[in-house]
Design a protein around this ligand. Structure first.
Ligand SMILES: [Zn+2]
Length: 569
C-alpha cells in the first residue's frame, strides 16, 4: 500500500474527549473515525488490523467445531417478550417501529434468534451438539459511550452459541471454547488472563472472562499467585478473617452521642472494625432492604443484586431511609421488624459485636448472631480486596486492572425452556437443550491491544495483528536513486508475501518517523542517500531504539526471516 494513496491521514492532535491511549492513537493514526457518540468507521488501516483479528478468531472457531452463519440485526420483539429478557436489557435495547407499526429490536446479542433457529432445526439427540457462530454488528444504547472503541453503541462481535443434550455435553463445549479463546489471544500476541466472572441474576452455572491486563483497564482482577485463583472483582471472594471467639456476654447499651460512623464508634469504644456490625440500606426494585455486614467489610453490589434477583438496586437515599423509619447511624437488625434483612456471612465470624441500638446516640455491646437477631438471607455479599486472604489457599490476594475482551458463559436450559427449544432423547423423551454462549468484541480487542501495546509516541502493534508488517520510509523521494531502490524493494517484499506500507509522501524525515511511530508498524525500513552509499538499508523494530544496518542484497530474505521469527515486535 502506498501511503500517499491512503484514505485518511494522520493527525497531530487527539480528540478533546479522548481519555485513553487507544482512543487517542487510533484516531490520530487515521485508523478509526467517529461518526456519532459511540459510533465509529474503521478506516482502511484500522480495518486491516481488525480483519487480522477476525481471521484468527474464525480459524479457531472452525477448528473447535464451530459453524459460521449469519443472523439479522433486526429482531422481532416477540422473541424478546418470550425470553423474558426485555426488562434486563431495558434502555440499552435499540428498537425501531416499521411502517406497519410493528416493533423490532436492533440485536444487542443473538440468543433469542439462534435459539429459535435451533428450535426449528434440531429434533433429536443425534442433531446435537451444535456450535453455530457469527461475526456481526451488535447494537447497545450505552448510557455513556466513551474510550473510543472500548465502549460503543454499534460494535462487531463474534458470538458462538453451544447447544448440547445435557450438562456433560455443555461442559465439553465450554472446555473447547476456553481452549479456542486461549489460542486466539496467544495467536494475536495479546497475553490474556482467564478469570471467574459474575454470571448475572438469571443465572447460568459457570462464567469466565478473558482480560487483557493493562493499567488503564476499567475492570479489577483479584488474583492469587500461590494457587492461580483469579476472578473479576464483581465475583471475587476472600477467606474472611475469623475474628475472636469469646464466651457470649449479655447485651449492654452504651451512650455514643453523635457517633455515627463505624470509624467513630470503634475508636470511641476501643474495638477493631471487625468487632462491629454495620447496617447499610438499599432500595431493590423500590423496596427497602436492610443489610448487615461486619464493620471491616464493604457490600459488593453485584453479589447483592444477584442474590435479590432485582433489576434496579441503589443505596437508599436519606428520604427513603427516613420514610422507612430507620435511625441512620444507629440502626441495627436487633428487634427490627417489617424489613427484609440480608446479612453477609461475616456476621457469624466473631462474637460480642458492637451494633446500633435503633435509637439516637446509642449503641449496643455484645451483640451475637443468631442469639440477638434474625436475618432473612445469609450469604457472601462482601467485596474481596487486595491483601485479603485467598479463598482457595493461604496466599494473599493481589489486584490489577484489566479490560474484558471475551466472555464464556454456561446458560443452562432457561432460554431453551422459555423459547421452546426441545429435543427427543434416546428414549424418545422431550428435553430442553442445554446452552452456552461465548463472545468476543473485536473492536474492543483491537482497542485493548493498543492499551496494552503503546508508548508515548504511538501504537506498537503485535506482529500478528499489525495492519502491515513493514513500513518502508524512503527519505527524499525526489532523489530518483532512492525511489528506484525503494520501489524495487517494495515490489520484491510484496512478491515474497510481506505486507508493506510504502511511505511515498513528499514529507520530511521527521514527519515520516513520527508517523511511523504513531502508526506502529512492527518493522521500519529506511532507505536514504546515506544507506545507499553502502548499498544497505536501516531496519528497526518499533519496540527497539537502535536500528540494524542490513545490506540490500539478501534483504528480502532477511526481512522474511525477521517477520517469521516475530522478533521482539
Ligand atoms: Zn490462592
Amino acid at each position: 500500500m502506498r501511503f500517499s494513496r491512503q484514505l485518511g491521514r494522520t493527525l497531530k492532535d487527539a480528540p478533546s474527549d479522548a481519555d485513553c491511549a487507544s482512543h487517542r492513537f487510533l484516531v490520530r493514526a487515521g485508523m478509526i473515525q467517529q461518526v456519532a457518540a459511540g459510533v465509529y468507521s474503521y478506516m482502511p488501516m484500522g480495518w486491516k488490523a481488525l480483519k487480522k483479528i477476525e481471521n484468527i478468531i474464525r480459524e479457531e472457531m472452525d477448528k473447535a467445531g464451530g459453524q459460521e452463519l449469519n443472523m439479522p440485526s433486526l429482531q422481532p420483539i416477540e422473541l424478546w417478550e418470550k425470553s423474558g429478557r426485555l426488562a434486563s436489557f431495558d434502555k440499552t435495547l435499540f428498537s425501531v417501529t416499521d411502517r406497519k407499526e410493528h416493533k423490532l429490536v436492533l440485536g444487542p446479542t443473538h440468543e433469542e434468534i439462534i435459539t429459535d433457529l435451533v428450535r426449528r432445526s434440531v429434533q433429536s439427540y443425534r442433531d446435537l451438539p451444535q456450535l453455530p457462530y457469527q461475526i456481526q454488528n451488535k447494537f447497545r444504547d450505552e448510557p455513556r459511550p466513551r474510550g473510543g472503541l472500548l465502549r460503543v453503541r454499534e460494535f462487531i462481535m463474534k458470538d458462538l452459541y453451544s447447544f448440547d443434550a445435557d450438562e456433560a455435553g455443555l461442559d465439553e463445549s465450554y472446555r473447547k471454547m476456553v481452549q479456542a479463546y486461549k489460542n486466539i489471544f496467544a495467536r494475536c500476541g495479546l497475553p490474556a488472563v482467564m478469570v471467574e466472572a459474575d454470571s448475572g441474576a438469571i443465572g447460568g452455572k459457570d462464567s469466565h472472562e478473558f482480560m487483557l491486563v493493562t493499567e488503564s483497564g476499567e475492570d479489577e482482577i483479584i488474583y492469587c499467585l500461590h494457587c492461580g485463583y483469579a476472578a473479576n472483582a464483581e465475583k471475587a471472594t476472600s477467606a474472611k478473617n475469623p475474628g475472636p471467639k469469646e464466651g457470649l456476654l449479655p447485651v449492654e447499651e452504651v451512650s455514643t452521642p453523635g457517633l455515627q460512623s463505624i470509624d467513630e464508634v470503634a475508636t470511641f469504644l476501643g474495638v477493631k472494625h471487625a468487632q462491629t456490625l454495620k447496617s447499610v440500606f438499599y432500595t431493590a426494585d423500590g423496596q427497602l432492604v436492610f443489610i448487615v455486614i461486619r464493620g471491616d467489610l464493604e457490600v459488593n453490589e453485584t453479589k447483592l443484586k444477584n442474590l435479590l434477583k432485582c433489576i434496579d438496586l441503589h443505596m437508599a437515599s436519606e428520604a427513603e431511609t427516613q420514610a422507612a423509619g430507620l435511625v441512620a447511624g444507629f440502626a441495627s437488625a436487633i428487634n427490627l421488624k417489617g424489613y427484609k434483612i440480608v446479612a453477609d456471612d461475616s456476621i457469624k465470624l466473631g462474637t460480642n459485636f458492637v451494633a446500633g441500638a435503633n435509637k439516637p446516640d446509642t449503641h449496643l455491646k455484645n451483640v451475637n448472631y443468631p442469639r440477638d437477631f434474625k436475618v432473612d438471607t445469609l450469604a457472601d455479599i462482601a467485596v474481596a480486596r487486595e491483601g485479603d486472604q485467598c479463598p482457595k489457599c493461604n496466599g494473599k490476594l493481589l489486584s490489577q486492572q484489566g479490560i474484558e475482551v471475551g466472555h464464556v458463559f454456561k446458560l443452562g436450559t432457561f432460554l431453551s425452556e422459555r423459547l421452546g427449544a426441545y429435543y427427543l432423547d434416546k428414549d424418545g423423551a422431550s428435553k430442553p437443550i442445554t446452552m452456552g454462549c461465548y463472545g468476543i468484541g473485536l473492536g474492543r480487542l483491537l482497542a485493548a491491544a493498543v492499551e496494552q501495546n503503546h508508548d508515548d509516541k504511538g501504537i506498537i502493534w503485535p506482529l500478528p495483528i499489525a495492519p502491515f508488517q513493514v513500513c518502508m520510509c524512503p527519505l527524499k523521494i525526489e532523489d530518483p536513486a532512492i525511489m528506484q531502490a525503494a520501489e524495487k524493494l517494495y515490489t520484491e517484499l510484496m512478491s515474497a508475501g510481506i505486507e508493506v506500507l510504502l511511505d511515498d509522501r513528499p514529507e520530511s524525515p521527521g514527519v515520516k518517523f513520527n508517523d511511523a511511530d504513531l502508526i506502529g508498524i512492527p518493522l521500519r525500513i529506511v532507505i536514504s542517500a546515506r544507506t545507499l552509499q553502502n548499498s544497505s538499508a536501516e531496519v528497526k523494530w518499533r519496540r527497539e531504539k537502535q536500528p540494524i544496518i542490513m545490506p540490500l542484497k539478501g534483504l528480502v530474505d532477511a526481512v522474511r526471516k525477521l517477520v517469521k521469527s516475530g522478533g521482539s515486535g
